[in-house]
Design a protein around this ligand. Sequence first.
Ligand code: CO8
Length: 257
Amino acid sequence: MSVQVQTHGAIATITISRPEALNALNADVIKGLEDVFRNLHENNAIRGVLLTGDGEKSFVAGADIKELSTLKPEEATALSAKGHRIFQAIEHFTKPVIAVVNGFALGGGCELAMACHIRIATANAKFGLPEVNLGLIPGYGGTQRLAQLVGRAKAFELAMTAQMVTANEAKELGLANHVCETKEAAIALANSILNKAAEKGPLAIEKLIQAINAGYHAEKHGYETEAKLFGELFSTEDFKEGTSAFINKTKPNFKGK
Ligand code: CO8
């Protein structure tokens, strides 16, 4: 199972585990996340969720590029729209969700972390939206959520240059709430925040999440546009060049076609 769940008291820990691909999001992981969050939503004993990646090197290194490279434009738009639904379910989850970002949070991995309510980074964490390296744009809500978290100008700069930021830079930008030296310390801090929130009235926490999120609803059109444009790029030569360059470990030569 590439998505594992463990519960300790009222807190569930979800671990994404595909170590051979730095925990990249393939169809199996996306389906696993959908199922796990649905089950946790229905479980009244659970009052908070911690989401992390297996190991020390990577939270999630993005969507699975090998899988993406085989998609047709309409399949890419549909997969992006499906991801939007699942990530929105996380963003609007009725119980607090904290991402412990233990290493790379790139592309879809950064987008997943940004869909969580709070992000706690380990000192070795790296955040970024490198999709333009592949001739693509973010397709799991990154064009919307990065701008909400760090402001539009910084989002333009980071996503246009595919720049990775360190944990401390992410904290300065407002992308990470905290930075901890080790994964163990980050998990302990996440659990302590989740346990504090779990002592409060569950209905108040649920309405608080709804109320804070309500200020960000205007972007529905933004998500639809992102999915459409993301899919359109799959019919370009640049997309084929970018993804095959990653797979063959070479540098892409984009032609703007
Ligand atoms: N997909 C598939 N495999 C991956 C991915 C990935 N995203 N990232 C790493 N891997 C694999 C590598 O291919 C490698 O496999 P192998 O050993 O078989 O060659 C293994 O994981 C280890 O990776 P590296 O050897 O590259 O490890 P390094 O420490 O040298 O580098 C990096 C680590 C910098 C993280 C590097 O692996 C990298 O650049 N990865 C790709 C990061 C990236 O571009 N992410 C964005 C992907 S696109 C995306 O997320 C779009 C989201 C929207 C989707 C919408 C739905 C359709």
